[in-house]
Design a protein around this ligand. Structure first.
Ligand SMILES: C[S@@+](CC[C@H](N)C(=O)[O-])C[C@H]1O[C@@H](n2cnc3c(N)ncnc32)[C@H](O)[C@@H]1O
Length: 223
């Protein structure tokens, strides 16, 4: 896995500025990352609106987006929860947090903070919906269960979790395979977390896909 990550870094670091630190594989060039994802998704807005809808986030709710990057999904979630709701984005790269604060963070119902998925600075049972997209494979493998446990901890009973990562589906499957060619395909398959989620206590664990190339796992923290 470590080797696969090193290769990923080598391939993308010129565009994303990828830095490995103790929290994980951080991306410190928000503009480069934005440019890449805009091309890959053919514009992110539609994709993120779809992911936000699958999350089940609703008016007035409090949502946490972990490893929020430049804040594109946070913006889509903010539209769903409306002015009476709140969306918090957390990323271990403070460059991402600064960029997201200056852009998506202009909305009054969004805020961003630096922090690691494995050690969330939020109270227990304080969040209605947690999302984490394209980021589980950035967290050190031996700390991912801890990150999932943190998601459970901050979710209120009855709260929902959404995890997502690239999936080789439809017209994008060749491109997705090309981009992830130096990774073990199992590394980005979001379904790999089903057993861990079940062991923590999550229920209604369901897999779906969002076009053009995203695999989504949703789960419920039972009430
Ligand atoms: C591929 S980007 C995904 C960004 C965003 N979620 C999206 O959908 O575009 C992965 C993000 O995870 C962040 N990251 C890496 N390890 C992390 C950790 N342990 N905790 C929080 N964020 C982390 C990186 O800095 C980067 O912004």
């Amino acid at each position: 896995m470590v080797l696969a990550n090193r290769r990923l870094s080598f391939n993308h670091e010129h565009m994303f500025r990828i830095e490995q630190d103790s929290n994980g594989i951080l991306i410190t060039n928000p503009k480069g990352y934005n440019a890449f994802t805009t091309v890959f998704f053919g514009g992110r807005r539609r994709h993120d609106r779809r992911v936000a809808a699958v999350s089940g986030a609703a008016k007035g709710q409090r949502v946490l987006d972990i490893a929020s990057g430049p804040g594109a999904l946070v913006a889509a979630l903010a539209d769903r929860v409306g002015p009476t709701g709140e969306v918090i984005g957390i990323d271990a790269a403070c460059e991402m947090v600064d960029y997201a604060t200056a852009h998506a963070g202009r909305r009054p119902n969004c805020r961003f903070q630096c922090g690691a998925a494995q050690d969330l600075d939020l109270p227990d049972a304080s969040i209605d919906v947690v999302t984490c997209t394209f980021a589980m494979h950035h967290i050190p493998e031996d700390e991912r269960d801890q990150a999932l446990a943190e998601m459970w901890r901050v979710l209120r009973p009855g709260g929902r979790l959404l995890l997502a990562d690239m999936a080789a589906i439809g017209a994008h499957s060749r491109l997705t395979k090309l981009l992830s060619r130096h990774m073990d395909p199992a590394e980005i398959d979001i379904r790999r977390y089903r057993d861990s989620l079940r062991a923590i206590g999550f229920q209604q664990i369901e897999y779906s896909t969002v076009k053009p190339a995203t695999g989504v796992l949703t789960a419920l923290r039972p009430a």
